[in-house]
Design a protein. Structure first.
Length: 129
């Protein structure tokens, strides 16, 4: 039947869309045109998303992140290297969380200046003299 009708969105998305169907008899069930659509993801962005990383990462680290990201993206064109890009983004997300913490420089100094007696051994790991 000709006219407009609403479309349903897949799970995880919300929005509106309208289909305009032709007024002549349909030759195919697929003869329709989407005349307007708006959809927003119903889930938060991934913390490993490059734009999320850049928002969290202090500006002084942007150039290094972008250089490493672009290099990994180039290599990831080969499907077998896709995991390297995923790993790099996760690592940079963790770095962004650490680097954006105002206490991070002090924690780095403390770790660098720590004496072996100050360190707490990890259970199950071998002790090094």
């Amino acid at each position: 039947m000709p006219g407009r009708r609403a479309l349903a969105f897949p799970p995880g998305c919300r929005g509106t869309a309208t289909l305009q169907t032709p007024s002549w008899p349909l030759v195919s069930a697929h003869a329709a045109t989407v005349v307007g659509m708006s959809a927003q993801p119903d889930h938060p962005a991934s913390p490993d998303d490059p734009s999320e990383i850049l928002q969290l990462l202090p500006a002084r680290w942007h150039e290094q992140f972008l250089a490493e990201y672009r290099a990994a993206l180039s290599v990831a064109r080969e499907v077998r290297h896709w995991g390297q890009l995923v790993g790099l983004l996760h690592l940079w997300h963790l770095r962004a969380v650490a680097y954006s913490d105002p206490e991070f420089p002090a924690a780095v100094r403390e770790a660098r200046d720590a004496r072996p007696d100050d360190l707490v051994p990890v259970p199950g790991w071998p002790r090094h003299p």
